[in-house]
Design a protein around this ligand. Sequence first.
Ligand SMILES: Cc1cc2nc3c(=O)[nH]c(=O)nc-3n(C[C@H](O)[C@H](O)[C@H](O)COP(=O)(O)OP(=O)(O)OC[C@H]3O[C@@H](n4cnc5c(N)ncnc54)[C@H](O)[C@@H]3O)c2cc1C
Ligand code: FES
Ligand code: FES
Length: 489
Amino acid sequence: MIQFLLNDQPTALEHVAPSMSVLQYLRTVLVQVGTKEGCAAGDCGACTVVVGELTGDPQNPSLQYKAVNACITPMASLHGKQLITIEHLQHQGQLHPVQQAMVDCHGSQCGFCTPGIVMSLLAWWLGVQRGTAAPDRHGIELALSGNLCRCTGYQPIIQAAEQSLRLCQDHFLQHQQEVVQLLQAIQGTPGAESLRTERGFYRPGTASELARLLEAHPQAQLVAGATDLGLEFTQQLHQPSKLIYTGGVKELTQLQDTPDQVIIGAAVTYSSAQSTLHQHFPAFADLFNRLGSLQIRNQGTLGGNVANASPIGDTPPVLLALNATLKLTSIQGSRHVAIADFFTGYRQTVLRTGEFIEAIMIPKLKADETLQVYKISKRFEDDISAVCMAIWMRREHNVVQAVRIGCGGMAAIPKRAKATEQALLGKPFSETSINLAKQALAQDFQPIDDIRASAAYRLAVAGNLLTRAHLELNQQGVSLFAEAGGTSQ
Ligand SMILES: Cc1cc2nc3c(=O)[nH]c(=O)nc-3n(C[C@H](O)[C@H](O)[C@H](O)COP(=O)(O)OP(=O)(O)OC[C@H]3O[C@@H](n4cnc5c(N)ncnc54)[C@H](O)[C@@H]3O)c2cc1C
Ligand code: FES
Ligand code: FES
């Protein structure tokens, strides 16, 4: 059984198919059709809903609201959470401040994108009131990064967002304590941690429960944010018989900041990891602003990105450059594998049956070490990389003492550029050595031609990124690049 709050109503559901999405539930089961379906692939934001979750001290939790894509969110992952839909914004005959501002500023034309945009703005508006979102233009653009509007244009929508802040009270803020209590009551339900729907959706609470479930159901698929897996259900109509959800596993949802390393549980979302990563690896955290949209980052996890083993995933090149280690766990125990040894072929990894990624361990940078991260894609937001490159270096008087270059989009797997690294090692990080290193890139990679980029483009752009890294480290051309937000477009 799944128990959650549908807006302010405690709701219990049985017989939910593991792959049933929140959008299917709203539109086909409840016939609440305010939430729209555009792409069914997490791309357009028409289906955006807001999910409220308990966070912080379990004795004294608070509510955190985030915008997510209903089309790829499994219904069963809502257990213990609040689902807020567009139908619930109006209160006592009054539009919500965000809705009223959209009307006043003419923020809607055909209206298809409007419910999704309003829900994204609601999550942002609540974040602003609670001090977790920026009230400025940047904050608004971030909030709208996953919402496409084909006819109104964004200016009136941005004006509406600004205007909505003239009011700072709504019924969500007024009733949040009641919601906290209702969610606590659901989460305190005996057996809730290991609940199982009749159609095979498992929600373990600890890593050992997860290991036991995988041992008992070796064919079950793990699901974290479902931002990759959800597309298999909506685009390829795959119907999994068993899913094991990692979002409730204590060890996998923890983030530890130790003196030597940052340890990120595999089910920690990008949004949750970003501020800690920003303290220690600003270039890595900045990359997140280019990874999917806010909705995707609110759900997608680093563990899912690594396990998916896509050659164009954004985090593996950075984790390769940082020499991260993966903690892999099964019923037999845990082992540690260097990320460089994890990928064995196109979408193949060393993960064994019954094994899962528990955590990603990233060594912190020392004073003489630098990290530079570049993503090249056609659009700034919500676009997959053509090329991603991360460069870790230790230099003494500008002479390269050690270097690791992780690349995505250049081979069948995320891969180190070992010949290029060798060409840089022991030499000054200068234009001359960069030019030699560029030639070595062709030994490291024979990229493919595809819709994102030609092989020649990928090789040329990878070489140019080495030049850019050199210019940036030597403080030349920095102002030019800063305009692009720190990561390339
Ligand atoms: C619109 C859109 C935009 C996107 N943009 C980007 C982008 O810019 N850059 C990018 O890199 N990716 C992007 N993605 C892909 C996706 O968001 C990421 O790969 C994300 O990190 C996947 O994480 P998840 O938690 O959603 O994984 P899920 O979809 O839940 O799982 C992905 C795979 O990993 C497995 N898995 C999950 N957790 C574990 C674990 N702990 N141990 C072992 N296996 C596990 C699952 O079984 C599944 O096979 C985008 C996706 C969408 C839909
Ligand atoms: S329908 Fe397009 S993001 Fe969900
Ligand atoms: S108002 Fe028509 S798509 Fe946005």
